[in-house]
Design a protein around this ligand. Structure first.
Ligand code: NDP
Length: 240
């Protein structure tokens, strides 16, 4: 591993459980200084700094960044991971169901990226990884709100690449398929069976398999990759 990759200030939103926590552990294992945001009080593994923040609230994001900057220095690697679902079919989907998912998943990513970019520009380096979903490109009945939010992340990453690419800042999207976490365990068994039947790999993934790809995108090895969408979906979304 190159020296420039060690001891970086890494921040993951929604890093107290699921994919976010797996990402945090992965960076920690490689010697980075890792902070995560959480909403509800959670027990975190030793060595990870937890800061309370709600990505729908700009002031709480700003406060969380200030704590992380004081403890670890300016955020060099930002993973916009916090996300929610409110699944229902279009005709039953209220405007609030739609806009609240957009506000957390997409505008939430915008808020944290905007806050982090100031420090990255000063540092003259930075890595932004947005956790999207195969659903953002593939579509999913009952997830118009979620799919729209996840597709929007690609627009953010690509526009950010055009705005800040020349400043040694990359922005990429990781699009997981079906990963074993709280989010997916809440789905009805029948729905899980249907998903499984459509995954060429014939299995769901563990959160650590997403985490490894995120860490790699933030590594020196991926320094010339920006605006990319990397699927981690066992082949589910091939060609999309
Ligand atoms: P979980 O439901 O297990 O965790 C979601 C995380 O997001 C939690 O840490 C939660 O915090 C946080 N969060 C939710 N809303 C907010 C908010 N307003 N402000 C701050 N944090 C918030 O989800 P996963 O780990 O499964 O998913 C992580 C990401 O990966 C999400 O963006 C999801 O859309 C995406 N994804 C997941 C897939 C899967 O199969 N699991 C597939 C594709 C994409 P708290 O604990 O406080 O609620």
């Amino acid at each position: 591993m190159a020296d420039s990759e060690q001891g970086r200030s890494v921040l993951i939103t929604g890093g107290n459980r699921g994919i976010g926590l797996a990402i945090a552990k992965s960076f920690l294992a490689k010697g980075d200084k890792v902070a995560v945001t959480y909403r509800s009080e959670s027990e975190l593994p030793e060595g990870i700094l937890g800061v309370q923040a709600d990505v729908t609230d700009e002031a709480s994001i700003d406060a969380a960044f200030s704590v992380v900057e004081a403890a670890h220095g300016p955020v060099e690697v930002l993973v916009a991971n916090a996300g929610i679902t409110k699944d229902t079919l279009l005709l039953r989907m209220s405007e609030d169901d739609f806009s609240s998912v957009l506000d957390t998943n997409l505008t939430g990513a915008f808020r944290v990226i905007k806050r982090a970019s100031k420090g990255m520009i000063r540092l003259r380096k930075g890595r932004v990884v947005l956790i999207s979903s195969v659903v953002g490109l593939y579509g999913s009945a009952g997830q118009i709100n979620y799919a729209a939010s996840k597709a929007g992340m690609i627009g953010i990453a690509r526009s950010l690449t055009r705005e800040l690419g020349s400043r040694n800042i990359t922005a990429n999207v990781v699009a997981p398929g079906f990963i074993n976490t709280d989010m997916t365990s809440e789905l009805p068994e029948e729905t899980q069976k249907q998903y499984l039947a459509s995954v060429p790999a014939g299995r769901f993934a563990e959160a650590s398999e997403v985490a490894d790809v995120v860490r790699w995108l933030a590594s020196d090895e991926a320094s010339y990759i920006s605006g990319a969408v990397i699927p981690v979906d066992g082949g589910l979304g091939m060609g999309h």
